[in-house]
Design a protein around this ligand. Structure first.
Ligand SMILES: C[S@@+](CC[C@H](N)C(=O)[O-])C[C@H]1O[C@@H](n2cnc3c(N)ncnc32)[C@H](O)[C@@H]1O
Length: 204
């Protein structure tokens, strides 16, 4: 091969390499930027499957229930509710698009896509009025911030189960500890809407 041609090939290879490196750097930068853009109130920590089962049993999930998981992670609570506990429908919302992609994939694998819906949404802006059961694995201050909306918007009789964290001075009607992990679960039932509690969402 002529010397000129060799030089041109070498230059092309160098430019190609620079291009690949720049592309890789941009991809990583975009991934970091996306991660930073998702402002979460709670980090992602999945509930172990044994605890998922105990939460759904505590809420007495059965045929006819509409189960909402606020901050649904990979969708395991909602998917288990419809697949193994006969819930009519399940809805999961999560602020992180990656979690919703995983939830949809998991619903496909479980064969329940016709009975679940997952959406990228802030749980503080979610319309969950139709729920008969709400599941939570958030943080103490997030539970407290959410409490007035739960009390105002959920129908009387709706069950709320929280993994790990309580609701301050709204006393749970039942608390259980799941062994061997020692996870604590709390159950409340939304009371009849009487007096100012109906509009203020104050603790009954
Ligand atoms: C501790 S994880 C619980 C996941 C799932 N519920 C479970 O029990 O396996 C909390 C989830 O809430 C989501 N999250 C945090 N802030 C949120 C918000 N403001 N609105 C909706 N989801 C949120 C996180 O992305 C994360 O997936």
């Amino acid at each position: 091969m002529k010397g000129g041609m060799m030089k041109r090939i070498a230059t092309f290879n160098r430019l190609h390499l620079v291009g690949v490196v720049v592309c890789a750097a941009l991809t990583v930068a975009c991934a970091f930027a996306q991660e930073r853009e998702v402002k979460k109130d709670v980090p992602y920590v999945p509930t172990p499957q044994t605890v998922v089962d105990e939460m759904l049993k505590l809420a007495n999930v059965s045929k006819g229930d509409v189960v909402y998981d606020l901050g649904c992670g990979d969708g395991r609570l909602v998917i288990t509710a419809v697949k193994n506990y006969g819930a009519r429908r399940g809805v999961g919302v999560d602020i992180d698009p990656q979690r919703i992609t995983e939830s949809n994939e998991n619903a496909k694998v479980a064969g329940v896509t016709d009975r679940v819906r997952f959406a990228v949404q802030n749980l503080f802006e979610t319309d969950f009025k139709e729920a008969t059961v709400v599941t939570l694995y958030l943080l103490p201050d997030v539970n407290l911030k959410l409490r007035p909306k739960l009390l105002r918007e959920l129908k009387p009789g709706t069950r709320i189960v929280s993994h790990a964290f309580d609701m301050g001075d709204w006393q749970p009607e039942k608390t259980v500890t799941v062994e061997p992990g020692g996870q604590r679960l709390f159950l409340w039932t939304v009371p009849a809407k009487t007096g100012s509690a109906a509009t203020t969402g104050n603790v009954p």
